[in-house]
Structure formats: structure tokens, C-alpha cells
Design a protein around this ligand. Structure first.
Ligand SMILES: Nc1ncnc2c1ncn2[C@@H]1O[C@H](COP(=O)(O)OP(=O)(O)OP(=O)(O)O)[C@@H](O)[C@H]1O
Ligand SMILES: [Mg+2]
Length: 264
């Protein structure tokens, strides 16, 4: 599918707020695309935590240990310091890839900003919490109506403007709702309403992400995802539901085709 001359679709997971689900979602998206037969590369810019890099290292160890043939992206972890090495890794991973998935640290980071400026799809995972929302927008304490976008939304607005000016292309900014639970109906509704208002104002799309499930934390040591069905034995109802939400998330991200259907 890939040709050397083609530019990959770049998907960047970014949110300066820590612990919102960037790495977990990035790994699932990368593996889901690789499982569809796409050429996927992955760049981890969080050299301190290296969650995505370690996830794939664990996956490589599982492949060696079990002899199973699991799809795995070509991946590199950046050292967080060298601009030359960032460019080198970026170009090497982009070569021949259909998708380049980039995970960034949960803090302000110059390489995260550079990656975001190059994104075709910029995914900002957030939990249903006004603490997470605060990074992108502020709300009135009584009405919960959006009063103004926050600095991070303004930064992305600027990045999109710069990108449009530079090459006329667009950054599809997607706010992905991670760890959705259905027990906190009132807070969830308020966050939803505030997100809808802000989405219209600053122009992002809202997509459903992964639900709150222990399984997403348990899979890390083996480097497995919900897609590695053979590894789970008989799938329980929770796994079936989790795969369904992953399928919905992939659909809503609306990444470029053609790729064969997932779970064919
Ligand atoms: N859908 C989910 N259900 C349950 N736990 C989750 C889910 N998504 C993420 N987690 C857990 O939440 C924590 C933070 O997730 P993750 O490391 O993916 O976030 P992050 O945004 O990459 O964090 P950081 O900013 O520190 O890099 C981890 O313990 C992870 O296992
Ligand atoms: Mg992370």
C-alpha cells in the first residue's frame, strides 16, 4: 500500500495535562491500524516515561516468548533533547509508512509542539472532568457555560493557522473522551455540553474513546491490546464490549482509507 514517495498520515496524541490516556489510546490506535495491514510507525516523545516505547518492547518480548505473530509498529523513542535526532527519527519512521503515530509527554514540550504542528490528525484525550477540560476551556462556575478557550486551545488554533498558511493543509483536531463511565451522569452531561459549545467555538471534533476498564491497565506487561483476541482465550462480555468501543473509536477518528475492515 505504501510507496516511498508517499507521505504518511500523521496522528499525534497530545495533551499537556498528564494521565489523560494519550499513551494507552496511541498504542491501541497504532496496533488497530497495523492489524488492518497498514504500515505503521510509532514515535514516543516521552523519553522519561516511555510508556508507548515500553508497551511495544513488552509486545516484542511476548512475540519472542510465545512465538506468536502479532502486528507491531516500527518504533523509536526520542531522547527529548536533540533536534537533529528528532528530525532523523521522524524522517526514518515516515519512510514507507502509511501512518506515523506520535505519543507526546503530558507537559509542555518543544518536540510535542513540533509534532503537533505536523499532525494531520491531532488527538487530545481527556477524561470527563472539568479539571481536564480546564486546559482547553474555562467555564462559568454557576452555569457551566464556556466563558473562554484556554491557552492550549489557543495554541492549537495558532498551529492550525500557521499550517494553513504554510501549505494550505489542515489539522483535524479531535478531542477524544477517554475513560468514559456511566455512573456520573450529571458531571458527564455538563462536560458534554461544555465540550459541544467549545467545539463550535474553536473547531474541534468530539469522538468517543475507550471506556473505563481495568483490562486497559492489565494488558501493558504483555504489550497486548484488545485486538489480540487469540491471547485472551474465550472472550468475555467485557472484552466484546471493549472491542466494540475500540471499533467505534477507530470509525470516529475517520482516518484515511483504503484499509481492509477491522476484525474481518
Ligand atoms: N480506558 C481506560 N480504562 C482504565 N484505565 C485507563 C484507561 N486509559 C488509561 N488508563 C490508565 O490511566 C493511566 C494514564 O493513562 P496513560 O498513561 O495512557 O495516560 P497519558 O496521557 O499517556 O499519561 P502521561 O501524561 O503521564 O503520559 C494509566 O494508569 C492507564 O493504565
Ligand atoms: Mg503517556
Amino acid at each position: 500500500m505504501a510507496t516511498a514517495a508517499r507521505k504518511p498520515h500523521i496522528i499525534v496524541f497530545a495533551n499537556e495535562k498528564g494521565g489523560t490516556g494519550k499513551s494507552t489510546t496511541a498504542v491501541h490506535v497504532a496496533i488497530a491500524l497495523a492489524a488492518r495491514g497498514a504500515q505503521v510507525s510509532a514515535l514516543d516523545l516521552d523519553h522519561r516515561q516511555r510508556t508507548m516505547g515500553r508497551y511495544f518492547d513488552n509486545r516484542t518480548a511476548t512475540i519472542k516468548r510465545t512465538g506468536r505473530d502479532l502486528p507491531i509498529p516500527r518504533h523509536t523513542t526520542h531522547d527529548g533533547e536533540s533536534l537533529a535526532r528528532f528530525t532523523e527519527s521522524f524522517d526514518a519512521l515516515a519512510e514507507g509508512a502509511d501512518f506515523l503515530v506520535i505519543d507526546t509527554p503530558g507537559r509542555d514540550d518543544r518536540f510535542a509542539r513540533m509534532a503537533s504542528a505536523r499532525a494531520d490528525t491531532l488527538v487530545t484525550p481527556m477524561n470527563d472532568s472539568f479539571v481536564d477540560f480546564d486546559l482547553i476551556g474555562q467555564v462559568d462556575p454557576e452555569s457551566y457555560k464556556v466563558t473562554r478557550p484556554s491557552f492550549y486551545a489557543e495554541m492549537i488554533w495558532e498551529a492550525r493557522k500557521a499550517r494553513a498558511k504554510a501549505d494550505g493543509s489542515t489539522i483535524d483536531w479531535v478531542v477524544l473522551r477517554n475513560r468514559v463511565q456511566h455512573i456520573e451522569a450529571r458531571n458527564m452531561r455538563r462536560v458534554s455540553e461544555a465540550l459541544d459549545q467549545l467545539a463550535k467555538r474553536v473547531g474541534f471534533r468530539i469522538v468517543p474513546g475507550l471506556g473505563e476498564r481495568v483490562i486497559y491497565r492489565e494488558l501493558f506487561p504483555n504489550g497486548l491490546t484488545m485486538l489480540d483476541s487469540g491471547e485472551f482465550g474465550a472472550m468475555g462480555l467485557a472484552h466484546v464490549a471493549a472491542r466494540q468501543e475500540l471499533r467505534e473509536m477507530m470509525g470516529a477518528l475517520a482516518l484515511p482509507e483504503p484499509v481492509p475492515p477491522l476484525f474481518a
